[in-house]
Design a binder for this molecule. Structure first.
Ligand code: AMP
Ligand code: MG
Length: 390
């Protein structure tokens, strides 16, 4: 299949350019398009056969449900059985925007879209091209991230092209996305809203709007084998880079240099420990990363380092990439997936990453990063911190 790429200008949405894309979607085909979070791979969300094509193009397990995208709040009515009160408040506060909510599904939503679940995920994106495309199509558009399953989500049309060339009819290219991590997902089907995936609508923002919000344990750590995460997608190892990615964290009172690869729920609580966004990365972490890098370089491996502007000059060896600045978490979220993809292209064998605060947008950043690392975390010891200080 030939994949057509069409450039669009987000400041001047041209219906004539979007018409062909809308036609493909109505005919049951696949079109990748920008949203404010990441690029999505769209299909008619009410057509099981079209949804099946999404799973095939992505190589996505068919029990991992799709999010339906709409272009105005009224479009939710035929898709769900009810809009609970909390959902109404959240819609008012955050739609259009990077918030997905889970509702009891109506009859018209096929199980082929929901991975067999009786619930459906719905989001109303704010990206002008996405919104206009959905409106022109006149259908709810199922759109998971437009990457091959297991690859980092695409934040540019080039990323989509790398993964989807020859597999889909069209890619709409409006340049890099705004946010860079996928939407926040909140389950509103029970009494208390539950956060299933952190994103740019942060826990702090949700709680300010509706009060109590619980957290699904799948967010903070690996699931025990017998526990089912509420968002089926959370059980898969997403965003896995080709290299072995290891997070290096300062953990006071930890035994030095321990490598921990846990697979029990207990770890969830440890990973959930808060840190302050303002806190600079500790000397111990910098020293430990430099030591690990040297070790691997001396063994002949290609080694990458993920850090921030504050510390990028502290790593004399290895391939150093800054994600942005700790003072502005959105810069880090924005470049995370692109940097993981770049390290794939550079064929690095090992990547060592600084870790980040877990408040605000940091919760989403650390969720994606720890998953990408397969929860492989090394703690820098206090002794090394002493040793490293000048
Ligand atoms: P993606 O579209 O690639 O960002 O992935 C969609 C995410 O939404 C996955 O983690 C899914 O498991 C989750 N999701 C979609 N529909 C539902 C649903 N009905 N209930 C719970 N999680 C859902
Ligand atoms: Mg995805």
């Amino acid at each position: 299949m030939f994949t057509k790429v069409i450039k669009i200008d987000n400041c001047k949405i041209d219906d004539r350019l979007l018409a062909e894309a809308a036609q493909i979607l109505r005919a049951g085909g696949l079109v990748a398009f920008p949203t404010e979070t990441v690029y999505g791979l769209g299909a008619n969300g009410l057509d099981e056969e079209a949804a099946r094509k999404i799973y095939a193009a992505k190589g996505r397990p068919s029990d991992n449900p799709l999010i339906l995208h709409i272009s105005s709040t009224e479009e939710i009515v035929p898709l769900v059985q009810a809009v609970p009160e909390a959902a109404g408040k959240l819609m008012k506060a955050f739609w259009p925007g990077p918030l997905t909510m889970i509702f009891p599904k109506s009859e018209i939503v096929p199980y082929g879209t929901t991975g067999g679940l009786d619930t459906v995920a719905v989001r109303m994106p704010s990206d002008p091209a996405a919104s206009r495309l959905i409106a022109l199509t006149g259908l709810p558009i199922a759109a998971p991230s437009a990457n091959r399953s297991g690859r980092p989500s695409p934040t540019t049309a080039e990323h989509v092209f790398q993964d989807m060339d020859g597999r889909i009819e069209m890619i709409l290219d409006s340049g890099p996305v705004g946010i860079g991590v996928e939407s926040t997902i909140v389950d509103v089907t029970g009494g208390v809203p539950v956060l299933l995936r952190p994103g740019a609508v942060t826990m702090e923002m949700l709680r300010e709007t509706v009060g109590r919000v619980d957290i699904d344990p799948a967010i903070t750590g690996p699931m025990a084998a017998d526990v089912k995460p509420k968002a089926p997608g959370m059980k898969y190892r997403h965003y896995a880079p080709k290299a072995e990615l290891v997070l290096v964290e300062a953990r006071k009172n930890e035994a030095g240099g321990r490598t921990v690869r846990m697979d029990q729920g207990r770890y969830a609580a440890e990973l959930a420990a808060p840190e302050s966004a303002a806190e600079p990365v500790s000397e111990a972490v910098i020293c430990r990363i430099n030591q690990l890098v040297q070790e691997k370089l001396s063994q002949g491996y290609r080694v990458g380092i993920i850090c921030t502007d504050e510390t990028k000059n502290r790593y004399p060896e290895g391939i150093v990439r800054s994600l942005g600045t700790r003072g502005r978490q959105e810069t880090i979220a924005h470049s995370l997936f692109a940097v993981l993809r770049e390290f794939d292209d550079l064929e690095t064998d090992y990547i060592y990453s600084e870790s980040f605060a877990r408040d605000h947008l940091g919760q989403a950043i650390m969720n994606r990063l720890t998953k990408a690392a397969g929860y492989h975390v090394i703690y820098a010891s206090e002794e090394e911190e002493q040793h490293g200080r000048r």
